[in-house]
Design a protein around this ligand. Sequence first.
Ligand SMILES: Nc1ncnc2c1ncn2[C@@H]1O[C@H](COP(=O)(O)OP(=O)(O)O)[C@@H](O)[C@H]1O
Ligand SMILES: [Ca+2]
Length: 495
Amino acid sequence: MALSWKERVFMALLGTATASGLTVLVLILVEATNILLPADTKFGIVLDAGSSHTSLYVYQWPADKEKDTGLVSQALACQVKGPGISSYTTDPAQAGESLKGCLGEALALIPGDLRQATPTFLGATAGMRLLSQKNSSQAGAILAAVSRVLGQSSLDFWGAEVLAGRDEGACAWVTINYVLGRLVKYSSGEWIQPAEGMLVGALDMGGASAQISFVPSGPILDESTQATFRLYGTDYSVYTHSYLCFGQDQMLNRLLAGSPVLLVRHPCYLSGYQTTLPLASLYESPCVHAAARLNLTQNLTVEGTGNPGACVAAIRELFSFSGCEGPGDCAFNGVYQPPVQGQFYVSSSRYPSVWPEGLGKGFWPCEAHQAGEQAEVLGPSQPLPWAQVEASYPGQEQWLQDYCASGLYILVLLQALGFSEETWANIEFQKQAGGTDIGWTLGYMLNLTGMIPAEAPAQWRAQSHGVWVAGVVFVVLTLAAILGAAAVQLLWVQD
Ligand SMILES: Nc1ncnc2c1ncn2[C@@H]1O[C@H](COP(=O)(O)OP(=O)(O)O)[C@@H](O)[C@H]1O
Ligand SMILES: [Ca+2]
């Protein structure tokens, strides 16, 4: 039997009303469950595969407020046993194996049902950048081996990659400004945007590379050094540059390399210090070029002479200042850089103990007062003899032996980047800020998981607003449907 036009209109109205009602109901339920979800914890893992070692970080945050700021905290920092992954060239599988201890610790921390929802990343930095240059198939085999181990875990493995120096610097900048609450702050129920002058710069001292990142007061004139982001409704334009081969370990190799004889008397090592190392170990990376007639199977003996002034001069030889001498936007090695400005955080585990009284105020154990051409040894205090330093800190020879060299190196590097005695006070040497290790890892995770929204956060308002709008739409549609149905019914009855 064919329906009359009124019946068809009635059915259409009823159908539309039911469909709209159901859609709105589903929307409301989705919104409501979002709000009612218990404040569980979510986890994320980043492995920092550095040139000298790998660290695994577990981050956690409340599940229902992941787009808020300042809520991500560091739940675990595990130091992987053994060297950096780029050292496993002859046995790549071992690079994967080496991660298992820390992976076990991370898994023990994360409840079983949350592991599959735990984003996990591995980022390799300058050590792997150098290996990729030297032998890309070895680098590929190592990345495949670590990916296999991480992929086989119950975690949500997103991948392992070699980070570009620019991304490493930019992520370190995001990390420090995020943990210090300089991007946006949630305070007493409202969002506050700190003044732009509150932003801090990041100087990340690695073993194989060093990165500098900051917001300059003027424009950034070279696009290749610019990282731009929109975070919480604000556009940021950050200057960032990574100096490959200017990490402290590569710099130490470069300082010792190049000697035509097999005994080096070196001013950057304390007097009485002596060591022997395979010559080949200095020339493994593309940062150091071996002279053609060098027999790399031999050993090199290093004897310290403990002369900070001569050490600074030797370090400065590793920098090229040509083209950067006059005023202008240039740091060294011809690299464009606007003048440094504002407060800087240097992420390094090494320097706080080297400069116990602050940068430039006496330098243990060298007691060098100033770097640069005018380097001078403070008054009557001479560099300590190695035997005395070694005896004061038993078991720490591995770091102690290079303290003089790497401490003076950072001073020379800071000067080369444009810092001076007047701006020393703006530099903070920190391993952590707000309970979180400062480095690129947290910024990397926030970026890849989209946890920092581009627009200003208004979750709470947006969520309750969403439910409210949905509720109103639901009521209006239901009323319209009822009224429509009643009207049609009325017309029908009248016929
Ligand atoms: N406890 C420590 N004391 C002194 N130096 C340390 C300590 N732990 C790490 N380092 C140094 O910090 C640097 C870390 O660099 P790393 O992250 O491995 O390399 P990169 O970032 O260039 O890939 C290395 O030079 C390492 O020797
Ligand atoms: Ca590093």
